[in-house]
Design a protein around this ligand. Structure first.
Ligand SMILES: C[S@@+](CC[C@H](N)C(=O)[O-])C[C@H]1O[C@@H](n2cnc3c(N)ncnc32)[C@H](O)[C@@H]1O
Length: 218
C-alpha cells in the first residue's frame, strides 16, 4: 500500500512544546500550569490560553460570557448535544441546559464541556421555572424556541433579545409540544434545499452567530 502524502497525514495542527524561556517573566505566570509549562500544551485552546490552568481559563471566560443561554431537549440521547456544547463554548454562551435525560454523549464536545457550564433539568417545566428568574436582576429570560414549525417567524428578520434562552429540539421529533408552548416566540432558520431540516447543532451554531451579528457586530 502506498504511503499517504505527508501533508495529508492527521497531525495535530495546534499545540506548543515546553515554554520557551523563563515563564516567571510572563505577565500570566500565576495562571500557568507547571506541568504544561514543562511538557508543552497540545490542548485545543486558542493561543491566548496556552499553558493556562483549566480553572483560570474558565474564570477568564466567565468574565466575558454573552448573556444568552442554550437549552436542548434530550429525550432520546441525541448525539448532537456534544457539538452544541462545543458551539456554545466557541460562541461563549453563558450556560448550556440539557432538558430530559441527564446522560449525553460527550464525544462531540471535544472536551469543551470542561470550559462550559452545563446544567441538567429533568423536565421542561423545571427549565421554565428556572427561566422565570434567570435574567439579570431576577427578570424572566425570554424563551426563544428554534424550530421550523407552522406559525414560526424567520430568525433572519427577528431582533433577538440580548438576554434570552435559545431552546432546541432533537433529531427526529424536533421540539416537544410542551417546549413550543413555553416559548415566547418560535424562529426558523431559512432553508432552500430539499431536506426538511439541518441538524440541531448546526441550527445552534447559526442561532448563536446570528445573536453575535446583532449584539457584538452592530
Ligand atoms: C432535525 S430537526 C427536527 C425537526 C424538524 N422540525 C422537522 O420538521 O423535521 C432537530 C432540531 O434542529 C433544529 N432545527 C433544524 N433545522 C432547523 C431550521 N431550519 N430552523 C430552525 N431550527 C432547526 C430545531 O431545534 C429542531 O428541533
Amino acid at each position: 500500500m502506498s504511503e499517504e502524502p505527508s501533508e495529508l497525514k492527521a497531525v495535530p495542527t495546534w499545540g506548543v512544546g515546553p515554554y520557551p524561556g523563563d515563564p516567571s517573566k510572563d505577565a500570566n505566570f500565576d495562571r500557568f500550569d507547571a506541568e504544561l509549562l514543562e511538557q508543552g500544551d497540545t490542548r485545543n485552546v486558542v493561543d491566548k490560553y496556552r499553558y493556562w490552568k483549566m480553572e483560570e481559563i474558565v474564570r477568564d471566560l466567565d468574565a466575558h460570557r454573552h448573556p444568552y443561554h442554550v437549552a436542548i431537549e434530550n429525550w432520546q440521547h441525541d448525539l448532537n448535544i456534544g457539538s452544541i456544547v462545543r458551539n456554545a463554548n466557541a460562541f461563549l454562551a453563558k450556560e448550556v441546559h440539557i432538558v430530559g435525560n441527564k446522560r449525553w454523549n460527550r464525544r462531540g464536545a471535544m472536551v469543551t464541556d470542561r470550559y462550559q457550564h452545563v446544567t441538567h433539568h429533568p423536565t421542561i417545566e423545571g427549565l421554565i421555572e428556572w427561566a422565570k428568574i434567570a435574567g439579570e436582576g431576577g427578570k424572566k429570560l425570554p424563551i426563544i424556541a428554534i424550530d421550523n414549525v407552522p406559525g414560526c417567524q424567520k430568525i433572519e428578520e427577528y431582533q433577538l433579545p440580548k438576554e434570552c434562552l435559545f431552546l432546541f429540539g432533537q433529531e427526529g421529533p424536533g421540539l416537544s409540544q410542551e417546549a413550543l408552548d413555553a416559548a415566547d416566540v418560535v424562529l426558523e432558520i431559512s432553508q432552500f434545499g430539499s431536506t426538511r431540516s439541518i441538524n440541531a447543532s448546526a441550527a445552534a451554531a447559526i442561532t448563536m452567530h446570528t445573536w453575535v451579528l446583532q449584539h457584538v457586530f452592530s
